[in-house]
Write a protein that binds this ligand. Structure first.
Ligand code: TRH
Length: 381
C-alpha cells in the first residue's frame, strides 16, 4: 500500500538530524515505494549532504523525495497543506499547530510518530512503540531506534552489507575510489578516517601515531575537530587537499563527501573515528574497528549512553580486548591522554577486526528502521 509520509526535520546543530531523516526518506521511497515529503528548516545544511540541491528552492525533488523548506518562525505561518497518512516528527521537533489541525481534520487521522535519538540504554526496549495521548483524537507513538529486537532497529539499506563486502573484496574498486578523492597512501600504511567533535585527546593520540613504527595515513573531512588538528600541526588554516607528514603519520584533509562516498571511505579504512548517531551506525555497517565520539551532553549524561553501548558491543570479546577497547573509548570521550590506551588497543587488533565483522552480521539480522516503520503503520490501520 502506497501511503503518504511527512517527515519534519529541524536542524539543531551538526548533520545528524538531517543525515538520519534524509537517509530514511530516501529509503522509504526506494525500498517501500512510499510518497515522502521531507520538511527541512535549514536547506543550506541539507545541501551539504545533497550537493545537487538548491538552498533557495522552496520545493524540490531529489531521489524521489519531495524536499520542502519549513519556515518555522512566527512571522511565517505554516503553509496550508493536506496532512499525510504518516507524520514523523524527528527527534521531538515541534510540529506546526495548523499542521496538527490538518492531521486531526482528516477522515482517518494521521499516524503521528516521534522518531527518537538512538540509544543503547535498557529502558529503550520498554518504551519503543508506546503511545502518548494527544488532544483532538490524534494518536502519537514513540519510535525508538536501537540495537535489540525490542526496538525499531537501525537505518540500513536493503543491499548495504552485500555491497560493502563486495567493495571490500575488490581491491581495484577501493583503489579507484581512493584515487578519485586523491588519496594515495603508502603501500603498508594503515588508513584511518577522523570525524569528531572538538577533543583535547587528539594531540596525545596523534603523537602516539606519529611515533609508532607502523605508518598511518589519516583522512580528515571537515568537522569540529579541525581546530584541534590545526593546533597540533601548528598551522593557522587547513584546507581541503592539504597534506602534512609528522613522523610516521600522514594527515590529509578531505572535502565533505556525499553520504554514499562517506560510506565508501569508512569501508576503505582500517579504522574509523566517528561521532553522533549516523556516522556511528555507518561505521558499524563498515565491519571495521572504530572509535565513537558520542555527542557530549550536560553533566556527562552521555557517558552512561556510551557505557550502555559498550556493554552490548563488548559481549563476546576476551577480557583483555574488552578492557583495552573500553579504556580507549573512555579516554577519547573524556579528553584524556590516549598514549597508553592506543598502544594497548593495537595489541588486540586481529580479535577486534573479527569482532567488528561479527557484530555487523549480528546487527544486520535485525529489522531496519524503514521496514519497521512501514510495518508499524500497516498494523496500526
Ligand atoms: O553531525 P553529527 O555530530 O550529528 C549529531 C548527532 O546526530 C547527535 O546525536 C545529534 O544530537 C546532533 O547531531 C544534533 O554526527 P552524525 O550523526 O554522524 O551525522 C553526520 C552525517 O554527516 C552523517 O549522515 C554522515 C554525514 N557525512 C557525510 O555525508 N559526508 C562526510 O564527509 C561526513 C564527514 C559526514
Amino acid at each position: 500500500m502506497r501511503a503518504s509520509w511527512d517527515i519534519f526535520c529541524s536542524v539543531i546543530d551538526n548533520f545528524g538530524d538531517i543525515g538520519v531523516t534524509w537517509r530514511l526518506a530516501r529509503q522509504l521511497v526506494a525500498e517501500h515505494d512510499q510518497a515522502v515529503r521531507l520538511w527541512v528548516d535549514d536547506l543550506e545544511t541539507f545541501c551539504r549532504l545533497c550537493p545537487q540541491a538548491n538552498p533557495l528552492e522552496a520545493r524540490q525533488v531529489h531521489a524521489g523525495v519531495t524536499v520542502q523548506r519549513w519556515l518555522q518562525h512566527a512571522s511565517h505561518p505554516h503553509q496550508p497543506v493536506d496532512a499525510a497518512d504518516v507524520v514523523i516528527e524527528a527527534f521531538a521537533c515541534q510540529l506546526p499547530e495548523d499542521y496538527i489541525d490538518a492531521m486531526a481534520r482528516r477522515a482517518r487521522p494521521s499516524l503521528w510518530l516521534n522518531l527518537e535519538y538512538l540509544s543503547a540504554e535498557d529502558w529503550v526496549d520498554g518504551c519503543h512503540g508506546l503511545p502518548s495521548l494527544q488532544p483532538r483524537g490524534l494518536q502519537k507513538y514513540f519510535f525508538f531506534p536501537g540495537f535489540t529486537p525490542q526496538t525499531g532497529g537501525l537505518l540500513r539499506e536493503a543491499n548495504l552489507i552485500e555491497e560493502r563486502r563486495r567493495f571490500q573484496q575488490d581491491p581495484a574498486a577501493r583503489q579507484l575510489f581512493l584515487n578519485r578523492l586523491g588519496i594515495r597512501p603508502h603501500k603498508n600504511s594503515r588508513l584511518v578516517s577522523l570525524f569528531a567533535y572538538e577533543n583535547k585527546s587528539l594531540s596525545s593520540w596523534l603523537n602516539t601515531l606519529a611515533a609508532d613504527n607502523k605508518a598511518t595515513h589519516l583522512l580528515v573531512p571537515p568537522g569540529r575537530i579541525i581546530a584541534n588538528l590545526q593546533e597540533w600541526l601548528g598551522v593557522k588554516q587547513l584546507s581541503e587537499g592539504d597534506q602534512y607528514q609528522r613522523g610516521a603519520l600522514n594527515v590529509q584533509l578531505l572535502p565533505f563527501l556525499s553520504q554514499q562516498d562517506y560510506d565508501r571511505l569508512l569501508w576503505s579504512c582500517d579504522f574509523n573515528v566517528v561521532r553522533g548517531e549516523d556516522s556511528f551506525v555507518r561505521a558499524q555497517w563498515a565491519g571495521k574497528p572504530f572509535l565513537w565520539h558520542i555527542y557530549p551532553q550536560q553533566n556527562n549524561a552521555h557517558i552512561e549512553k556510551l557505557d550502555a553501548f559498550l556493554r552490548l558491543y563488548c559481549q563476546g570479546l576476551s577480557p583483555a580486548t574488552s578492557t583495552a577497547l573500553q579504556a580507549h573509548w573512555h579516554a577519547w570521550n573524556s579528553g584524556q591522554n590516549m598514549a597508553q590506551s592506543e598502544q594497548a588497543l593495537e595489541k588486540t587488533w586481529p580479535e577486534l577486526e573479527a569482532h567488528s565483522e561479527a557484530w555487523c552480521t549480528k546487527l544486520s539480522a535485525q529489522i531496519n528502521i524503514s521496514t519497521a516503520l512501514v510495518q508499524f503503520f500497516r498494523k496500526w490501520i
